[in-house]
Write a protein that binds this ligand. Structure first.
Ligand code: DAK
Length: 261
């Protein structure tokens, strides 16, 4: 996969690193970046040699500084709706990928950049990271899930505070409200993120996948329905080869050798 604005690599641990690479524009999303990211995630979904994904930005200043404001000003209403739908398709592809996706937020995560991070399952940040939804200052509102995913993650009150003020918050404040899980030095961010994912990859692959499905689908439905979904997926987990291997390995006092079946 060779792209103009996305760098893509897979390491020996089957962890893909997707880097938005447009540093002269703070990695802002133009339509080419969105198209390349969509293609990249479509490929990852089908690629069994990728088991987890890290999303980050090129350079040390920006994760993604939002949609490309210069490109955006030329959109008419029909094109704007189309752009919103493309962004929502991309963020849904990430959230429902079926493999763990961690955002390594290495600088500004504003507007669509914050929304990209919100679509990932976990967010780690460098100490210089800055988060915000500045759309109202441009006379628009978040359109890639910001009003929905931010409110679900940090609660409607904190989300409203951020969205209607356009205020930016630093990594420490973002951690304080649960927007990021942890903060690392810029130099350690990728290694720490990989180290977390290596722990995840030692677990039963089907169980990790079913956990993601239970959490992600469960967040969209009332509690009773979510609990019913959990029971169903708990049943599915017991039909897997991984569950037999995991329990047998415990009894036999050895490390499990999961097949992912
Ligand atoms: N778009 C285009 N260019 C950008 C950009 C952006 N979002 N952010 C930065 N750049 C460019 C700057 O114009 C500058 O380019 P040159 O002037 O050198 O050509 C270069 O990147 C370096 O930026 P600065 O000189 O401004 O660097 P500073 O360190 O001084 O400031 C900054 C960094 C990130 C604080 C600042 O650049 C900034 O405030 N950027 C804009 C942040 C922002 O407001 N982003 C947009 C949020 S709104 C939609 C759905 C969703 C969305 C849109 C539509 N549909 C429904 C249609 C999403 C909207 C958003 O994301």
């Amino acid at each position: 996969m060779a792209y103009s604005y996305v760098k893509y690599s897979v390491d020996d641990d089957k962890i893909a690193i997707v880097t938005i690479n447009r540093p002269d524009a703070m990695n802002a999303f133009n339509s080419d970046v969105v198209g390349e990211l969509q293609d990249c995630f479509d490929g990852i979904r089908e690629n069994d040699s990728v088991r987890a994904v890290i999303v980050t930005g090129a350079g040390e200043k920006a994760f993604v500084a939002g949609a490309d404001i210069k490109e955006m000003t030329d959109l008419n209403s029909v094109e704007a709706r189309e752009f919103a739908l493309r962004g929502q398709k991309l963020t849904n592809s990430i959230q429902y990928l079926g493999k763990p996706v961690v955002a390594a937020v290495n600088g500004y995560a504003l507007g669509g950049g914050c929304e990209l991070a919100l679509a990932c399952h976990i967010r780690y940040a460098s100490a210089n990271a800055i988060f915000g939804q500045p759309e109202v200052g441009l006379g628009i509102i978040p359109g890639w899930g910001g009003t929905q995913r931010l409110a679900r993650l940090v609660g409607p009150s904190r989300a409203t505070e951020l969205i209607i003020s356009g205020n930016r918050i630093d990594a420490a404040a973002a951690k304080n409200i649960g927007l990021v899980n942890d903060i690392f030095g810029q130099d350690e961010l990728l290694d720490e993120t990989k180290s977390f994912l290596k722990t995840v990859l030692k677990q039963g692959p089907r169980a990790v996948q079913l956990s993601l499905e239970a959490i992600n689908r469960g967040m969209d439905v009332p509690l009773a329905e979510g609990l019913s979904l959990e029971a169903d997926l708990f049943g599915v987990a017991f039909s897997t080869q991984d569950s037999r291997e995991g329990t047998q390995a415990f009894i036999q006092k050895r490390k499990p050798d999961f097949s992912g079946e």
